[in-house]
Design a protein. Structure first.
Length: 170
């Protein structure tokens, strides 16, 4: 009996247990589940013409909500006045295996502007979760000029994952 136990243990050591090889258990692809939780967002308009700060919540299933504050030049001001506005957004996202993807969102601003927009993004940092890669940072670029600023200004954003705090109340 002892010989049989020793032989079994030796076989396990030599051949390994299926499913216990942690290298094989590591995900190699990003997915919608890679974006989940709250992310701090910094948006830059053009060559630093304006800046937006916000928070976005990703549900891990391809949906998100968010809010923002935009500090932008006041249209027509000769003295450099600024206009601060706020807004919300909600939409959907897709994530490709390589960490690229798209956001499709509806933005509603306190200035009375509502727009449907599409952004391309790239996951630039991730941590290894047990079941999936979790994005810790990403960058995006809006495909069309800003709906909130005149003059054909484009918007880029950087995202940083924030500590977990549960889903937002609906």
């Amino acid at each position: 009996m002892l010989k049989m136990k020793t032989a079994f243990a030796a076989a396990l050591i030599c051949c390994g247990l299926p499913g216990l090889n942690t290298a094989d258990a590591q995900p190699r692809c990003f997915s919608a589940a890679s974006l989940q939780g709250y992310y701090a967002v910094i948006g830059t308009y053009g060559a630093n013409v304006a800046v937006a700060f916000g928070v976005r919540y990703f549900d891990g299933n391809g949906n998100f909500t968010g809010s923002f504050t935009l500090n932008a030049p006041t249209a027509g001001s000769a003295t450099g006045e600024r206009t601060v506005s706020t807004g919300t957004q909600k939409g959907t996202y897709t994530v490709n295996c390589d960490g690229t993807g798209t956001f499709t969102r509806v933005t509603t601003s306190s200035l009375g502007i509502t727009a449907t927009l599409v952004d391309d993004f790239l996951i630039t940092g991730a941590s290894q979760g047990f079941y999936q890669l979790v994005a810790t940072s990403l960058s995006d670029a809006q495909r069309s000029p800003s709906a909130l600023m005149p003059g054909g200004v484009f918007l880029t954003r950087s995202f940083t994952r924030m500590p977990d705090r549960g889903a937002p109340s609906q």
